[in-house]
Structure formats: structure tokens, C-alpha cells
Design a protein around this ligand. Structure first.
Ligand SMILES: *Cc1c(COP(=O)(O)O)cnc(C)c1O
Length: 388
């Protein structure tokens, strides 16, 4: 590129994004994550967080995090395979395996790392609405990647039938789809996988702490214990900490320790993060009512929104998509809601398909009835101006 083009490259790209209504800016939360937060000096109700159980500022997690730092220090100093594998990682992995009722669990630095590292160690077939980290894992995989239509079992079976010559096959799906809030038809996927001898991997980023009576995720929700080969879950969403894990058989864990490049070539999680994750698992074990509280809040808000005339699909998860289509209108609505005192982030392409820009409303177990009603009133007011 010439000098003139070089000078304006970034600005031209930015201007283009702005023209298309797709320009993004970072917003800063001042203070801690809670069911209400301060943004730009204004206190607003949080309806856009994956901190579903409200654990991210829980005093017990804070203390556990500090205790782990005092005991083990602030950094791990190396990757798991070199020098960074610490006692606290092993303790957390043991607890995660107990929680998931699997033989083993393996920590990764994040859900992104877990997906990219695990999937690229296989070949795969995936749902078309899968999370970006699954897509990137497929891109890095040396295997052939086929994509089936969203939640369409005929499409999946067709692909399985046509790839019957392949030696190993892996079906990858989100359990709860992060931007739509629907749940994958996991029992049907598992049936097909068994019929065609394929492995199944479930990304439970939005299922962990959310699905199942005890918040153990999609496998508990559907009663599929022992039939899902690879379960990925994150510690940074409902569990209020950071990082992720793969749960499954001992052999799977040994395989990934050898093959997952995103485990091998990155620094292990710091002890403080493991400390808070351990505390979160303990709280979840002792207080399963947090999970039902989340479910009740989601049902209340969903009914409220539908009662106001909003086209929110029925569902069982705390993710409520309000699909508006146009990206600029979506962002205008985000701003109006902010003025009314609630924070709901607009989601646009490429996070969701073009033409399906939406508000992604998420509920928390810690929202009070007053907060939920305040949120509904804001939507009622905005709706009169915007859509209804
Ligand atoms: C958030 C998310 C991830 C990534 O997890 P991080 O720990 O945030 O990197 C992976 N898959 C899905 C479905 C997610 O929503």
C-alpha cells in the first residue's frame, strides 16, 4: 500500500464500520460487577451480564481469591507442562471432575482456549450458530469441517451418513446458544452420534451453573450422564471467576495434555482465579436454590416482556433475544434504555448473522423483583416510542 493509503487505513476502516452501523466502542464499568453497575458515572441495572448467579462479587469468592494469592502467589510463571502446574490447579480439576461426575477434568486459560485447543486436536462437524471459539477451533483443525443447519438433525444425519469413511468424527455444539438462548437437542445429537460412532463435544459455557437442578449443565438437564464424550464449561460466566475446563474420561484428558496447543503454549491460570472458582463450586453445591432463582427471574422477565407485546421466544434459559434486525436501530434502542436506567447491550454482525441485530437481555439470580419490574417499565416506555 502507498503512503497515503497507509496514513488513512485505520480511519477508513472505522468510517466504513460507522456507516454500516457496526462500529463498536468499549464501555467501562466503574466499580464491581453486580445486578446494578455504574457506567459513565450513572447507576444502571445490569441486563447484559453472563454473571448469571451473581457470584462475580460474592464476598466468599473474593476472600477465596485473596487466600489463594497469599498462599500460592499471584502468578503461575509457566505453562502447565513446563513449570506452571500447581497444587491449586490439581485441586480445582479434581473438584470439577466431581462436579461434572466425569473421570477427569482439565483446566484451560479460558473457554476460547479450551475450544480452540480441543477441537483443533480433532476433526469435526458443528452447528452453524456455534460460538466463534468453536469456529476458530474448526479452522485450526487439520480435519475436514462440515457445518449442519442450526439444531437440524436431518442435516446432521446427512453429513454423518456421507462422511462414513472418516476414521474419527466429532460433533460439536453449544448447549445453550449464547445469542439466542435456545438449547441444543442434545439427546437427539447423542443418539445420532452413537448410531454413527462419532464423538460428541458440548460447549456448556452458558449451561454451567444454569442448566440442570444443581447447575451442572446440559448433561444433567437431559440426564445424559456417561453419553457425552467431551464437556467444556467456563468458570468466568455463572461461576463468577475465570478460565475453563474440559471434563471427560482419563484418556481424553491425557490426549489433550499431549495435543491441545492452547494448553501447551500458554501460561497456566493464576492461583487466585482457581481459588475463587473452587469457592464458586462450593457455593453452587450448597445453594442450588441460586439456580432456581435464576430460572424464576428469567421466567418472570420473559412473561413480562411477552405481556408487553415483545416477540421474545419461549424458552428455559436466562438469555432473552429481542431481534430487531437493523443494527443502527438496535444501538439507538440500547442508548434509550441506558437513559431509562437499564443496560442492555445491542448485538450485531459478525457476532450474529447479518440482518438479525438484537438486544440480548440476560437475567441474574440476584435481580430483585423491584429491579425486574424497573426493567420491564423501561421496556414498556421505550416500546411505545420504538416498536409497539
Ligand atoms: C463465552 C463463551 C466461550 C468462551 O469462554 P471464555 O472463557 O469467555 O473464553 C466459549 N463458548 C461459548 C458458547 C461462550 O459463550
Amino acid at each position: 500500500m502507498g503512503q497515503a493509503m497507509k496514513d488513512t487505513f485505520f480511519q477508513d476502516e472505522i468510517d466504513d464500520l460507522k456507516k454500516r452501523g457496526l462500529y463498536r466502542e468499549l464501555r467501562t464499568v466503574e466499580g464491581e460487577q453486580d445486578s446494578s453497575v455504574v457506567i459513565n458515572g450513572k447507576r444502571v441495572l445490569m441486563f447484559s451480564s453472563n454473571n448469571y448467579l451473581g457470584l462475580a462479587n460474592h464476598p466468599v469468592l473474593k476472600k477465596a481469591s485473596m487466600d489463594a494469592a497469599s498462599r500460592y502467589g499471584t502468578g503461575s510463571g509457566g505453562s502447565r507442562l513446563i513449570s506452571g502446574n500447581m497444587e491449586v490447579h490439581r485441586t480445582l480439576e479434581k473438584e470439577l471432575a466431581l462436579f461434572k461426575r466425569t473421570e477427569g477434568a482439565l483446566l484451560f486459560s479460558s473457554g476460547y482456549h479450551a475450544n480452540v485447543g480441543t477441537i483443533s486436536a480433532f476433526a469435526g462437524e458443528g452447528d452453524e450458530l456455534n460460538h466463534a471459539s468453536i469456529v476458530d477451533g474448526c479452522r485450526l483443525s487439520k480435519g475436514e469441517v462440515r457445518v449442519y443447519k442450526h439444531a437440524d438433525m436431518n442435516s446432521l444425519e446427512e453429513i454423518l451418513r456421507r462422511s462414513s469413511m472418516s476414521k474419527k468424527r466429532l460433533i460439536v455444539t453449544d448447549s445453550v446458544f449464547s445469542m439466542d438462548g435456545d438449547i441444543a437437542p442434545l439427546p437427539d445429537i447423542v443418539d445420532l452420534a452413537e448410531k454413527y460412532s462419532a464423538l460428541v463435544m458440548v460447549d456448556d459455557a452458558h449451561g454451567t451453573g444454569v442448566l440442570g437442578k444443581k447447575g451442572k449443565g446440559a448433561v444433567e438437564h437431559f440426564g445424559l450422564e456417561g453419553r457425552v464424550d467431551i464437556q467444556m464449561g467456563t468458570l468466568g460466566k455463572a461461576l463468577g471467576s475465570f478460565g475453563a475446563y474440559i471434563a471427560g474420561s482419563e484418556e481424553l484428558i491425557h490426549y489433550l495434555v499431549n495435543k491441545a496447543r492452547s494448553l501447551l503454549y500458554t501460561t497456566a491460570l493464576p492461583p487466585s482465579v482457581c481459588g475463587s472458582a473452587l469457592a464458586a463450586l462450593k457455593i453452587l453445591g450448597e445453594r442450588p436454590e441460586l439456580v432456581s432463582q435464576l430460572r424464576n427471574n428469567a421466567a418472570y422477565f420473559r412473561e413480562g416482556m411477552r405481556g408487553l407485546g415483545y416477540l421474545i421466544p419461549e424458552g428455559e434459559t436466562p438469555i432473552l433475544p429481542l431481534i430487531l434486525g437493523d443494527p443502527s436501530m438496535t444501538m439507538d434502542m440500547t442508548r434509550s434504555l441506558f437513559d431509562e436506567g437499564i443496560y442492555v447491550q445491542g448485538i450485531r454482525s459478525p457476532t450474529v448473522p447479518d440482518g438479525t441485530s438484537r438486544l440480548r437481555i440476560t437475567l441474574m439470580a440476584t435481580h430483585t423483583v423491584e429491579q425486574l419490574d424497573f426493567g420491564l417499565r423501561a421496556f414498556e416506555k421505550i416500546g411505545k416510542e420504538w416498536i409497539l
